[in-house]
Design a protein around this ligand. Structure first.
Ligand code: NDP
Length: 462
């Protein structure tokens, strides 16, 4: 009989924490989980899920416009922000309930409290003023938006957290950053009718994505009417007497808007967690340092998900949770596989991607075959919408393996999921070539690009 209160104590009720607690409890382990905000974590409560609902909402104006080309006359339309937020909140509450139910059914003890480490086996539940002990402690507290404290006036800005609960939709917004969140929200706000400006310090949005995707999306966003200010950053933010915000930039621009949103990356949520009480090592960003089995430097303490700053994605946290359970409770050491993770940016149009960009592949392999198609999607022929889909396969010429697949266009995220299987399976371009097309679809291009568009030899396009 263990001398601890629990076999496993999980701190953090997000995707990774809930999965770990549920699986361990279902095995008959004595498990507790603590969450200080809402069960479901960033993804469910104020991340991926409500974001995607907002993406759907923001697409309707284009649907209404496109309808005309197909013979429909759509009457006057009106958007009600409060109604959207309320509907989104109902869905999030339903999902939160499912997360709790899963934990409950598995037999885990559920605490609504902040939990902080007291020592290597003890956790303090601050809301209950109570200590509990556990043989193993799993930290899955996720991340939090980078507040950019060095920016004078940063406290006047919102982050993605607040964007989900704005009292009113602003008439205009400036979004800072060029990553997933900035790009997705710039598209959401623009689609909902907000005058939107994106300010990014780099040369082109979405660093590390394939250059064709970056350029194609940037062009599409600008064509829709999103202003993109590049190679610039905020120097100060001020508020005017009539409640508007003014951003002065390093390049000397003065930008005025109803709201300013910072989307400058996310920091590990380790502040005040008591890690030093247990001697848990963190890196310069405050992320918990773990080995390939998600073990911290303290044998009884483990960490998964965004708090470890490996790959900040929900499915990765869930995968790390399952590997943790296999390793610690099933006697089957399993380390998370972070290779070839398919991902999507829910911009408009979407980007779906897996594997290496052309630029990264060119650094790694001597010779590449690049297959590229750019075309007008079928729906746009009648809607008259000026838009392009881009598809790209990057093939290592030496063994014909497809090492990168990139799509800009409708449902690119859905396609990236399936392409992820083919790359994971090690499919070659010949496998793609002998696959029958599904006609008429956009994705048939992926199996009908028979000749390379160009080659890249020793980093040079030929
Ligand atoms: P990202 O890391 O994607 O992007 C951060 C952006 O902020 C970059 O463009 C970066 O510029 C810029 N930046 C950082 N610091 C500064 C600074 N001091 N001044 C100016 N610009 C700065 O982070 P996000 O916040 O967009 O998203 C966090 C994570 O959440 C992502 O890594 C992603 O994994 C995950 N996520 C995934 C989604 C999905 O799967 N669809 C959706 C939303 C989030 P630079 O490029 O120059 O470094």
């Amino acid at each position: 009989m263990s001398s601890y209160d629990y076999d496993l104590f999980v701190i953090g009720g997000g995707s990774g924490g809930v999965r770990s607690a549920r699986l361990a409890a279902a095995m008959g382990k004595k498990v507790a989980i603590a969450e200080e905000y809402r069960y479901g974590g960033t993804c469910v409560i104020r991340g991926c899920v409500p974001k995607k609902l907002f993406v759907y909402a923001s697409q309707y104006p284009e649907h209404f416009e496109d309808a005309e080309g197909f013979g429909w006359s759509v009457g006057e339309s009106h958007f009600d922000w409060k109604k959207l937020v309320a509907a989104k909140d109902r869905e999030i509450t339903r999902l939160e309930g499912l997360y709790r139910k899963g934990l409950d059914n598995a037999g885990a003890d559920i605490f609504e409290s902040r939990a902080e480490l007291v020592d290597a086996h003890t956790v303090r539940l601050t809301a209950l003023d109570k200590n509990v002990t556990a043989e193993r402690i799993l930290i899955a507290v996720g991340g939090t938006p980078n507040p950019h404290e060095a920016l004078p006036g940063h406290e006047l800005c919102i982050s993605s957290n607040e964007a989900f609960h704005l009292e009113e939709l602003p008439k205009s917004i400036i979004v800072a950053g060029g990553g997933y969140i900035a790009v997705e929200f710039a598209n959401i706000f623009h689609g909902l009718g907000v005058e939107t400006t994106l300010v990014y310090r780099g040369n082109e949005i979405l660093r590390n994505f394939d250059n064709d995707m970056r350029a194609g999306l940037q062009k599409a966003m600008e064509a829709k009417g999103i202003r993109i200010v590049l190679r610039d950053v905020f120097e100060t933010i001020n508020e005017t007497d009539d409640g508007l915000l003014v951003a002065h930039t390093r390049a000397g621009e003065k930008l005025v808007a109803g709201q300013i949103m910072l989307a400058l990356g996310r920091d590990p949520n380790t502040k005040g967690l008591g890690l030093e009480n247990a001697g848990v090592e963190v890196d310069h960003k405050g992320a918990i340092v773990v080995d390939e089995y998600s073990r911290s430097n303290i044998p009884s303490i483990f960490a998964i998900g965004d708090v470890t700053d490996r790959v900040q994605l929900t499915p990765v946290a869930i995968h790390e949770a399952m590997c943790f359970i296999e390793t610690e409770f099933k006697g089957n050491p399993t380390s998370p596989d972070h290779d070839l993770i398919p991902t999507a940016v829910f911009s408009q149009p979407e980007i779906g991607t897996v594997g290496l960009s052309e630029e990264m592949a060119a650094e790694k392999y001597d010779e590449l075959e690049v297959y590229r198609a750019e075309f007008r999607p079928m729906k746009a022929t009648l809607s008259g919408r000026d838009e392009k889909t881009i598809m790209k396969l990057i093939v290592n010429a030496a063994d014909r393996k497809v090492v990168g697949a990139h799509i800009l266009g409708h449902e690119a995220g859905e396609m990236a999921q399936l392409l992820g299987i083919t790359l994971k399976a090690g499919c070659t371009k010949d496998d793609f070539d002998r696959t029958m097309a599904v006609h008429p679809t956009a994705s048939e291009e992926l199996v009908t690009m028979y000749s390379p568009s160009y080659r890249v030899k020793n980093g040079e396009r030929v």
